[in-house]
Design a protein around this ligand. Structure first.
Ligand code: 6GU
Length: 252
């Protein structure tokens, strides 16, 4: 999977790209990340990429001419046009279902803004898929772009090793519940003990405990996730297509 990052601050990504799972995926050729500095497409002598908003007000706005020239040039770097994702608090909220949708792409171009935002005509011309991390404001799209890449590469086949799996991740699988509680050594710490069932080696009992624990935790912490559940009987007797219809209804 190829990512092209369009940003005014490519250096933000260098530490992130050189570490952990992502570095391993890049070294193994499973993931390719290219950095592009928006400023390289500025045309005036000051190399300006932003300007004051028409109508007045605080902050600066990313220029349409620079952004469009940059994205169009970056797009032409590969025959696969890819999906253009604009990181903006006005986008649809990123969740695992959105990550799953993005992760099937062979290429993603991630457009990061800074300052007050993008000239509206950037949206009109490029028609990006607009994605937000949530209902709060970041200083720019770079942290959000890292989140998109980080979440997406977990779903690229081969990126996770044998020891890791995205199957039991929170928000994953058919039910999209939180993950169950995990424990490791020591068995006892300051009087807190590991649930004995996890030490017993009865794999069916462990699976039952984890299933219960997932549901309990989700009810306690994120009851909103349980509202999206398909009732068990319906899940068993109705075709899967009913699930998609229901999800649409709940999207609102
Ligand atoms: Cl994607 N960008 C910015 N600037 N702020 C955000 C965001 C994105 N998602 C949440 N807040």
């Amino acid at each position: 999977m190829r990512f092209d990052l369009v940003t005014l601050f490519p250096e933000i990504f260098t530490g992130y790209l050189g570490q952990g799972l992502l570095k391993r995926a890049i070294d193994r050729g499973l993931v390719d990340v290219r950095l592009h500095n928006l400023r390289d497409w500025a045309t005036d002598k000051h190399r300006s990429v932003d300007d004051r908003p028409f109508g007045g007000g605080p902050g600066m706005v990313i220029r349409v001419d620079v952004a469009v020239a940059c994205v169009e040039a970056v797009r032409r770097l590969d025959p696969e046009p890819g999906r253009l994702v604009m990181l903006t608090p006005q986008g649809r909220r990123l969740r695992q279902a959105v990550v799953e949708e993005l992760a099937v792409e062979r290429r993603m171009i991630l457009l990061c803004g800074r300052y007050e935002g993008f000239d509206e005509r950037i949206r009109q011309v490029l028609q990006p898929d607009e994605v937000s991390l949530g209902d709060f404001v970041l200083n720019g799209g770079e942290v959000a772009a890292m989140a998109v890449i980080d979440a997406a590469i977990r779903l690229v086949p081969g990126v996770l090793g044998d020891e890791e799996s995205n199957q039991t991740d929170s928000f994953s699988g058919a039910e999209r519940l939180l993950e169950f509680a995990q424990y490791t050594r020591p068995r006892e710490f300051r009087g807190l003990e590991v649930p004995p069932i996890l030490l017993g080696g009865d794999h069916q009992a462990i699976a039952r405990w984890r299933e219960q624990n997932r549901t309990l935790r989700t009810r306690q912490r994120r009851a909103d996730l349980l509202e999206n559940q398909i009732p068990k009987e319906r899940e068993n007797h109705e075709p899967r297509i009913a699930e998609a219809g229901r999800e649409e209804q709940l999207e609102g």
